[in-house]
Design a protein around this ligand. Structure first.
Ligand SMILES: Nc1ncnc2c1ncn2[C@@H]1O[C@H](COP(=O)(O)OP(=O)(O)OP(=O)(O)O)[C@@H](O)[C@H]1O
Ligand SMILES: [Mg+2]
Length: 330
């Protein structure tokens, strides 16, 4: 059996632009490759519109590809709607940002959690209440919540129920798409700590999507930083935080405060200027060059290669050597 759980190889996804000129094509995902091992958490980070959700949906077979392949345990992702695809739907779950619209307001929590158990024949009628109590416990909720309706729950509790519903079918992978962005900061931290517990207790792999690098740091084993449908930097979370090398990652990191005030004061600030370009009309060469403090002629002429700097730490930047030396000097 293959070690890798999920593998995306050079995937591209295009959409007809929603507004503006006719026949314009948005390259929402523009040649991404990544792999997720069993039990691993891969963080996808980037600004709004960088293609995170599209890539996450493609990873679990919810998004048709323009080109490239997604493999699940070495097997190409079946065609959406096919019998094999329906089989796989159990293994590959997703939790979305808005826990309120994801839950049927007319169903109690018991009903919401019973549904997947029934659908996949995972617990008999007698076993069901026990299974629901265990699921609620797994996400830090009391069994008494089962009788309530979503409206009677806080945002954080609702999101825990959505996570429990995904866990109900014992999936191998859950895509968590901005699951904390509708929550206040302290509730966000609680959900991150819940995910850390789940990682320790189960073998579930996660694709954790967020525009907030600080949150991603809390759960991801590896990170892929996306910009206009491409990776600019990927690597182990610790390595990326210790030594970010792409100017975009460096800029994003400056939005994340450092807990140590001395180090915070010593940081060279390099905030991100300007707007993300129109994905239907990206710049030539390196997509980031229009906002990059290091940009030179070569950046407009050629797209940079995605170069491996050290084990698994990859960076797509023509000026990575200079940046690397600068980082080392400071
Ligand atoms: N169904 C669609 N039809 C047309 N364009 C789309 C569609 N879905 C996404 N896009 C476009 O593809 C690009 C990537 O969108 P996507 O939602 O994947 O980004 P994202 O990184 O998840 O952003 P956010 O942080 O706002 O959720 C955007 O330019 C978006 O407008
Ligand atoms: Mg999104």
């Amino acid at each position: 059996m293959s070690e890798v759980l999920l593998e995306a190889e050079d995937i591209r996804i295009r959409f007809a632009k929603r507004s503006g000129r006719k026949n314009q094509v948005v390259r929402a995902v523009d040649g991404l490759s990544f792999a997720v091992d069993p039990g691993e958490t891969f963080g996808l980070v980037g600004e709004s519109g960088s293609g995170k959700s599209t890539a996450g949906n493609a990873a679990i077979g919810l998004q048709e590809l323009f080109s490239g392949t997604v493999r699940y345990r070495g097997e190409p992702m079946p065609v959406p709607g096919s019998a094999r695809w329906r089989d796989l739907r159990r293994q590959l779950q997703v939790v979305f940002q808005d826990p309120f619209s994801s839950l049927n307001p007319r169903w109690t929590i018991r009903q919401a959690l019973s549904e997947p158990l029934k659908l996949h024949g995972l617990a008999s009628a007698e076993e069901r209440d026990g299974a629901i109590a265990r699921l609620l416990e797994q996400v830090g909720l009391g069994a008494e919540l089962a009788a309530r309706y979503p409206a009677a729950l806080s945002g954080g509790q609702r999101q825990r129920v959505c996570i429990a519903r995904a866990l109900a079918v014992q999936p191998e992978l859950i895509v968590c798409d901005e699951i904390t962005s509708a929550l206040d900061v302290s509730t966000q931290a609680q959900i991150i700590s819940l995910l850390q517990d789940l990682k320790a207790q189960t073998q579930v792999a996660l694709i954790f999507i967020s525009h907030d690098l600080g949150l991603v740091r809390g759960v991801a084993d590896r990170i892929g930083v996306m910009y206009l449908g491409r990776f600019v930097e990927t690597g182990e979370t610790g390595k990326i935080f210790a030594r970010p090398l792409h100017p975009y990652t460096i800029a994003l990191l400056h939005a994340v405060p450092v807990p140590d005030p001395e180090r915070e004061a010593a940081r060279k600030h390099q905030p991100l200027h300007g707007e993300i370009p129109d994905p239907a009309d990206p710049p030539s060469g390196c997509y980031f060059r229009t906002r990059c403090p290091y940009a030179t002629d070569i950046c407009a002429a050629e797209a940079p290669a995605f170069e491996e700097m050290e084990d698994g730490h990859r960076v797509a930047c023509h000026h990575v050597r200079e940046i690397e030396q600068g980082v080392r000097r400071s």
